[in-house]
Unconditional design. Structure first.
Length: 285
């Protein structure tokens, strides 16, 4: 009778400390992110492939079914999605895993750049840093291009410019948005930051991010990633129609979906009350 597998006793902290002290991997650059104390500052660690803090698992280099030991030298930290996608061979080495982590991202970024998704270097700037696993975000962009012939990154960048112009139109003292003078550059930085967070909030209240909720095998995850790409596309099309309708409908939409604290913070970054509509009062003689 097959012996039932027990729980892994090696802690996440032990795994991180082992690889931090490894002569070859101590610099943390092997996967494009630091394998260091910062990973201990989040609940459950961080995926070394995609960077997410969701559903972190301890992944065997040599599988447990192939007599792989539950020791730090045979364990890495991966999220559930990346774990399901990881190599599963009896003679795997740490170098195999680190190469897999690096190359899977590089090949994906190469595909996206070759298909015009590296628009204004936006691949690394959306969504806000640390909110989602970057690798899986790139997978969503890939599916948008491949299956729906829709460049999510490029279209979001175009919307960002439209948002910049809309904010300027509503300013008490508009600037010249076609210039590169100090006032316009300052406004561009502010609108770009606010726009990134707006898109993140819109995405999270719709179907985007669905892969974090998935259960079962990786094949189901692919279906969820396709749903997420479609949700991204629908969000972009909806926002585009709202902004192009003089922008008032878009402002009303944001007033409805964003909490008061966020609206206040965004107004402060933009430098005026863009999101709150003041009620008109009638003067009585």
């Amino acid at each position: 009778m097959k012996k039932k597998r027990g729980s892994i006793k090696t802690s996440i902290k032990d795994i991180i400390e082992y690889w931090m002290n490894s002569p070859k991997y101590a610099n943390g650059d092997e996967v494009g992110m630091a394998i260091d104390q910062a990973d201990l500052d989040v609940d459950g660690g961080r995926c070394w492939r995609c960077g997410t803090t969701k559903n972190i698992q301890r992944c065997h280099i040599i599988p447990h079914s192939q007599e792989g030991k539950d020791e730090p030298s045979n364990l890495l930290l991966l999220c559930r999605d990346c774990h399901n996608d990881a190599p599963n061979v009896s003679n795997a080495t740490a170098e195999d895993f680190f190469n897999w982590m690096k190359n899977s991202r590089r090949s994906l970024e190469q595909y996206l750049n070759e298909n015009g998704a590296g628009y204004w270097n936006m691949l690394g700037s959306y969504p806000p840093k640390g909110q989602r696993g970057n690798f899986w975000n790139l997978k969503v962009i890939e599916i948008g291009i491949r299956d729906f012939d829709f460049n999510i990154i490029k279209e979001k960048a175009k919307l960002s410019l439209q948002f910049h112009r809309l904010v300027n139109e509503k300013k008490p003292n508009p600037v010249n948005v076609d210039s590169f003078d100090e006032e316009n550059v300052e406004l561009m930085f502010a609108t770009s930051e606010v726009w990134g967070w707006i898109m993140y909030y819109i995405d999270t209240i719709t179907q985007v991010g669905l892969h974090f909720k998935q259960e079962g095998e990786f094949s189901q995850g692919q279906a969820n990633l396709q749903s997420e790409a479609l949700a991204n596309i629908n969000n972009i099309k909806n926002i585009k129609s709202l902004i192009e309708d003089k922008g008032d409908n878009f402002i009303s939409y944001l007033n409805d979906i964003l909490d008061e604290e966020s609206l206040k913070e965004f107004n402060e970054k933009l430098g005026f009350d863009f999101f709150f509509k003041k009620e008109l009062t009638t003067l009585i003689d």
